[in-house]
Design a protein around this ligand. Structure first.
Ligand code: ZN
Length: 501
């Protein structure tokens, strides 16, 4: 029994011994051997990977990232009441409502709530995972609204800290509800997009001023909650965050236009807003009907508003959810008309017309794909060899590992790495490169640490960065001061060295 357990470890140790690498690489071989041994079971892999540096989570909806238990604790702390039939919370007592604290002892009712707002268990009625996921939000949106952005962000950043994450791009609000609504309410008609944009430009100053004050407040308040001295969006923060502005694809065309225009203006105005994204189910009838017109609007606004960063959900579809016609050009149009620098999910890629040509184009444009394994498994029933992970990899498309909605999906970034490692038989070096991708293809500004995207070729000023005793010289310090991306990439490489020592 003991021999059987030790034999694989002994073999790996011997293999590691004969690898001749510079001193700074020797520790990586040892970590790789421990990783290989841990791959035999999920708990061992969790134990190994939870402390492994992971770079960034680039696809994280903060509203879907809150664990249901924390929502419940918030409702109890603030003396909310719950309607046991609708599961809606309110601040005032009324006939038929129960105090939220009763849920702590009323286990069936607590379980009903936890089931409804997460993917943890069975789905009530005949709902699919897809329907259950998207219906979950209606039960907790009011509660999260009451919770406010600071507590939401503190939960997400706190969880990232526990998992050795270096950076986050979070889909969260970037201005007050009232300012957003003023900017988007009664949007201009879009028969003439130039005129519509001119009308929107008049609304920008009030929105931008509100957003600046709003994000300043988040910088102060979230840092205070986390006990961090630096603003939470500052590069001096241990896990800097950036925001991604989101526009629901289910909005009517004119409001969608106004939303994308506002998001791009906010991005131009403030570096804390890193990109614009679109959300809501792609298979929704409105999403399906409006996709082409939405891409034309994004194309127009992108060309008029400084070619901003876009990361767009695309191809979160299967034949169960969509006719084939929608999947034949969904990702291509999102790249070519939508100017997406990253694609969220990209699950339906195999159905695209001229697939080799599309993959070549994505590779040339360095378009990355944000992989969300737990989400795809629960919502689309796509996992293992039903997932296009290996198709993308074989084509040389850069991939990143992400959580999507870690609270609703009962996951976290560690678990996503575990799933990737086990589903696709990845090596420790593969996982490191996925972590490196998350910073290389992030929207952090500045030069990269790596030359031509090759992680083996560090900029000469940083050739020793992986050595444990490395210290930046004057040239390296000047570069660090000039590039936020490089700064976080250096932190990741140093974190690898620390992890592997
Ligand atoms: Zn998403």
């Amino acid at each position: 029994m003991i021999n059987a357990r030790l034999a694989p470890l002994a073999g790996l140790a011997a293999a590691a011994f004969f690898i001749t690498t510079p001193a700074c690489q020797a520790d990586e071989a040892s970590a790789a051997a421990r990783f290989s041994a841990a791959k035999r079971s999920e708990p061992e892999l969790v134990a190994f990977l939870k402390g492994m540096p992971k770079g960034a989570d680039l696809h994280n909806h903060a509203w879907g990232a809150i664990y249901a238990e924390n929502m419940l604790d918030f409702a109890v702390r603030n003396s909310f009441y719950m309607d046991p039939s609708s599961l809606a919370f309110s601040t005032q007592p009324a006939a038929g409502l129960v105090p939220a604290k009763d849920l702590l002892s009323n286990r069936p009712l607590a379980a009903k709530f936890l089931d409804a707002v997460s993917m943890r268990g069975g789905y009530p009625g005949l709902q699919s995972g897809h329907d259950h996921f998207f219906s979950a939000f209606r039960y907790f949106v009011a509660l999260l609204d009451a919770m406010g952005p600071d507590q939401r962000l503190a939960e997400v950043i706190g969880r990232a800290k526990d998992q050795n994450v270096q950076y986050l791009e979070l889909m969260e609000e970037v201005s007050s509800d009232s300012a957003t609504e003023s900017a988007l309410n009664d949007p201009p008609v879009i028969d003439d997009m130039e005129k519509a944009l001119a009308a929107m430009r008049k609304r920008f100053p009030a929105l931008l001023a509100d957003s600046k004050a709003y994000l300043d407040a988040r910088d102060r308040e979230v840092s205070k909650l986390l006990g961090i001295n630096a603003p939470v969006t500052s590069i001096a923060s241990p896990i800097p965050i950036r925001y991604i502005f989101t526009v629901p694809r289910t909005w009517p065309d004119s409001r969608f236009f106004a939303g994308v225009a506002a998001g791009m203006a906010l991005m131009q105005n403030d570096g804390r807003v890193a990109a614009v994204n679109m959300l809501a189910p792609e298979d929704d009838p409105i999403s399906r009907r409006n996709f082409e017109s939405q891409m034309r609007m994004v194309d127009f606004l992108w060309s008029r508003l400084g070619r901003p960063n876009l990361t767009l959900h695309a191809g979160e579809l299967t034949l169960e959810l969509s006719p084939l016609s929608a999947m034949r050009s969904r990702i291509r149009k999102t790249v070519e008309l939508g100017h997406a620098r990253r694609i969220g999910h990209g699950v339906s890629i195999a159905w695209e017309d001229d697939l080799p040509g599309l993959l070549r184009e994505m590779r040339q444009k360095r378009v990355a794909v944000e992989i969300c394994l737990t989400s795809n498994e629960g919502i689309l029933k796509v996992s293992g060899d039903r997932h296009p992970f290996n198709l993308y990899r074989a084509a040389g498309i850069p991939l990143t590992i992400n959580t999507d909605d870690e609270g609703v999906n009962r996951s976290n970034l560690t678990m996503e790495f575990v799933k990737a490692a086990r589903s696709f038989d990845l090596s420790y070096r593969d996982l490191k490169d996925l972590a490196r991708n998350s910073l290389e293809y992030s929207f952090l500004p500045g030069e990269s640490l790596y030359q031509a995207g090759d992680y083996a070729r560090l900029r000469p000023e940083f050739s020793g960065v992986r050595a444990l005793n490395w210290r930046p010289d004057a040239r390296a310090q000047a570069l660090l001061a000039s590039s936020e991306k490089l700064t976080i990439q250096v932190r990741l490489e140093r974190a690898f060295s620390d992890f592997e020592k």
